[in-house]
Design a binder for this molecule. Sequence first.
Ligand SMILES: Nc1ncnc2c1ncn2[C@@H]1O[C@H](COP(=O)(O)OP(=O)(O)OP(=O)(O)O)[C@@H](O)[C@H]1O
Length: 255
Amino acid sequence: MTDLLSVRGLRAGYAGTTVLDGVEFTVPAGTVVALLGRNGVGKSTFIHTVMGMLKPYSGSIRVDGRELAGAAAHTVARSGVAIVPQGRRVFAPLTVDENLRIAARGAKAPTGKAPTGKVPTSKVPTGARDPWTPERVYELIPRLAERRAHRGDQLSGGEQQMLAIGRALLRNPRLLLLDEPSDGLAPAVIDRIAEVLEGLRGEGIAAVLVEQDLHLAFRLADEVAVMQKGRIVHRSSTADFRQDRHRAHSLLGVG
Ligand SMILES: Nc1ncnc2c1ncn2[C@@H]1O[C@H](COP(=O)(O)OP(=O)(O)OP(=O)(O)O)[C@@H](O)[C@H]1O
């Protein structure tokens, strides 16, 4: 299967310190890969570096074959990558509808080739890859339609997370970078977020899902990668990883 994202030998950090120390990581087209690891191993740093928010020291970041290491975030976004940041960062004084329409205005059609590779047919229904519009986001996430006139700061944490996902979709991504979407949310709310993300199956959107909530990660991801000290130390299918409790325990410190 063609890799939509291919990262090789990526080194990055802050003010000369090394956080990412030779990351090798791929995301096949249309595949959701959970990026797991204990606190502070570099998962958010990785997401930010791929998005062009942090310049790497060295290494390669290719999206659909195009080299993007060191490119600015807007260039990465134009290549079809969108981030749902940790902490959501919606515009608090603006309504849900205004938040979505601003994101839609900023969106440009991704440049480069259309995704190639054999995306599993179960993930590509008829009509996939219509451009996202606020109306399509409201169809996927009816809760946002109900809240469309509410300001960002009047929303619950779960609703803000849904809005952040909706904003990212309006960039028409081929690759979505999700940084801990469950962060700070109650289990019932995480379940709603999972339903929203499951609703994206069939759109052919690939994703990197950084997540501490293993239940959510296992529910959404096709494959699992584990980071330790700025390197990927394990990669497998989610099913294999779930079955090997001993390995999960030793890599993540959980049962
Ligand atoms: N802006 C920054 N400036 C300096 N150091 C940073 C910055 N952001 C993160 N770090 C450091 O980089 C290391 C990796 O942090 P990062 O947030 O990428 O880890 P993480 O795996 O995402 O952890 P968490 O799950 O806690 O968010 C940590 O030691 C952290 O203190």
